[in-house]
Design a protein around this ligand. Sequence first.
Ligand code: T4K
Length: 388
Amino acid sequence: MVKNAPKTMGRSGKDGLPALLEPVHVGRPNLGDKAAFLALAEQIYDSRWLTNNGPLVRQFEQEVAELHGVRNCVSMCNATVALEIASRALGMKGEVIVPSWTFVATAHALSWQGITPVFADIDPATHNLDPAAVRRMVSPRTTGIIGVHLWGRPAPVQALQALADEFGLHLMYDAAHAFGSSLGGRRIGGFGACEVLSFHATKLFNTFEGGAVLTDDDALAETMRLMRNFGFKGYDNVIYPGTNGKMPEINAAMGLVNLRAVGQFIAANQSRYEAYRQALSALDGLQLIQYDPSNDPNYQYVVVEVSQGPAIRDEIIGALHAENILARRYFWPGCHRMLPYRDTHPQAGEFLPHTNALAERVIVLPTGETLPEHTVEVVAEVMRRVLA
Ligand code: T4K
């Protein structure tokens, strides 16, 4: 918590200090019970079993699989490696269609393996892949689609599945943002051939670093278990050119503790989201993204669109930073305008009008349990000032 933070707003205050004395971040980690974590850390230390499919990893995988109602949870060291392993295990190659409007790891996981990510545009109302845009990008070299449940809001799973079936493509999801979210009562994690979760420190639910692939396909899960452990099938028997994607025990310990607090993390996010919604509702030219409560959103991302365009958006961000509120422009400028894609796909932007437009409008605001209470007021005041 920020201590002794003045209630006065802005640098215009008489002391000239920022409204928050310590920086407030997007992505401050949510933490469960410290004593429970330390007890597990001690257990790991005493047992001298630190990694390589240890008992806590196995327990963690079982609990995550049960929570999501899937047969297999294959834990990994992070979601980027999980995306690499899952796409490789599915047999994706050539071209794979992804949104450009995502964290760059979605695209990098493919290009790292010599697969070409082909960027399809989004639906500006949902920020998720637009199935009609995906259809336009299918070519004879396309082998798959990776949908992203951006901000934890479900991708158009039925339409994407229909496209995958029509063209004979592999379909998987980057569900890095979606822990705890569902679609019509069904948890995200069970769609497509498999789904990848991120347990990075900045996510709703973290294991310090970490990730997992969820799937009902036992054979696919078995292949991914081989791949994450150098291709070893038993002692001395390597049957595949694998990598090292294993989750250590200490990460699983953090996961087991944080699993018990997920409800509390979501409740804290939801109350901050509601506070932002009320505080920003009176401001013209701003639009807070909407969550459908029936989908049990995790409210981990507070995303605002600024209709006046990039100059005002950037002015707001500058003014928030001046008050120690470190708002972000996730995922500006879009993967297609980052290297290497800017060079390898110079024409990509022509197919991405909604991505390009949204990239100039978004602001992501801090939220979560540690958010100092008056941050929302300060944010609203700063925005009112700049918009005026
Ligand atoms: N797919 C999607 C859609 C993703 O969003 C991500 C990750 C991935 C795949 C890949 O998942 P992993 O391989 O990471 O499991 C951050 C995260 O590093 C990244 O995991 C996340 N998405 C992305 C949205 O955000 P940066 O470069 O913006 O992080 P950084 O270092 O600026 O941290 C964000 C803020 O969080 C900082 O202002 C400070 C705060 N923070 C951060 C850490 C690590 C803390 O307070 N404590 C911490 O320990 O990428």
